[in-house]
Design a protein around this ligand. Structure first.
Ligand code: ASP
Length: 321
């Protein structure tokens, strides 16, 4: 299926929009890049009102994150704050508005990584924690582990003073209708990568996973090296798309290592999305920032909700330009 579109996709990659081009000028100040999921987001598939809603939400997330970065807030804290905003926003498939499992409940995954020391935290299968990304950060900062799952993760959250929330708070009318009509809507995962005022990188990802996922399924988003990775020596990466392919190709870790080994960020990111993933018909995209402030945001789907801001550029976009 994807192979059919490959020439078009490659063309789109070469003819990237004005804003995407200027995003690749290295900058010394802070940089933020966000995504709100990749998938079949084509022109005409969204109403004008929905387009505006996505633009407004993406702009608010980018601008808030940039403001915190300018104020000197540390990279990983900015990642957590911006993702919390998106988890509370029902437009996205994370927190409120998450897709539901085959059993009709929300099960949330998130991860975060700091590039200065490669410390990381991840959580999966949460049903009662309002902000999975905050718990992932708590696991990174305050536990001796990197990843906690299901009941153990929730017990840890409550022991650390987080409240238990009902699962129904995550399930919006739209997701309930999709469930009843068995619609395999896949997009809406959120991710943030930043370079802070000190030049440190961080990355985070939060998701409800794939619509109708089987009991116990874990995607790439909470897996360090698959959906999320950050290393000051390489780059910060957050992925979105069909998670199984991102796990099998250790996409986020692979990109950081390739950049560390001297490859140009944009070429390595394009190669992973348009060559490695396309060969397996794995659909999705990623956002990344390297230590120079270069940015990449390739996707092989129709669209990806995305946005970025640095000292020269600020934009949000959703379609192939
Ligand atoms: N990557 C996520 C997962 O597989 C879903 C997505 O990004 O849309 O769980």
């Amino acid at each position: 299926m994807l192979r059919k579109f490959l020439p078009l996709l490659l063309l789109a990659a070469c003819a990237s929009p004005e804003a995407d081009k200027s995003a690749n000028n290295p900058t010394s100040g802070p940089v933020i890049v966000i995504h709100g999921g990749a998938g079949s987001i084509s022109r005409g598939s969204l109403s004008e009102a929905d387009e505006l809603a996505y633009q407004t939400s993406l702009t608010a997330a980018v601008d808030s994150g940039y403001m915190w970065l300018e104020q000197g807030v540390a990279a990983e804290e900015v990642v957590a704050r911006v993702i919390e905003m998106m988890e509370s926003d029902s437009l996205f498939n994370s927190g409120v508005g998450a897709v539901v499992t085959a059993e009709g409940i929300a099960e949330l995954d998130a991860s975060i990584m700091r590039g200065s020391d490669r410390n990381a935290g991840a959580v999966s299968g949460l049903r009662h924690v309002e902000h999975p990304i905050r718990l992932a950060k708590m696991v990174m900062d305050s536990s001796k582990h990197v990843m906690l799952s299901t009941k153990g993760a929730e017990e840890y959250a409550f022991s650390m003073g987080m409240d238990s929330v009902p699962n129904s708070m995550f399930i919006t009318n739209k997701r309930a209708q999709q469930y009843h009509r068995a619609i395999q809507d896949k997009h809406g995962t959120v991710g943030v990568v930043v370079m802070d005022a000190e030049g440190n990188l961080a990355a985070g990802t939060s998701t409800g996973g794939m619509m109708m996922k089987e009991y116990g399924r874990v995607g790439d988003s909470p897996i360090i090296g698959a959906g999320t990775y950050a290393d000051n020596a390489g780059c910060a990466v957050s992925c979105t798309g069909h998670g199984e392919y991102f796990i099998r190709n250790h996409v986020a870790g692979q990109l950081s290592l390739r950049v560390q080994n001297g490859e140009d960020l944009e070429s390595a990111a394009n190669d992973i999305i348009f060559e490695v993933l396309n060969r397996q018909e794995g659909a999705g995209g990623l956002i990344a920032i390297d230590h120079m402030g270069n940015v990449a945001m390739p996707f092989n789907t129709n669209g990806m909700f995305r946005g970025m801001r640095n000292s020269d550029t600020s934009f949000v976009a959703m379609y192939e330009e």
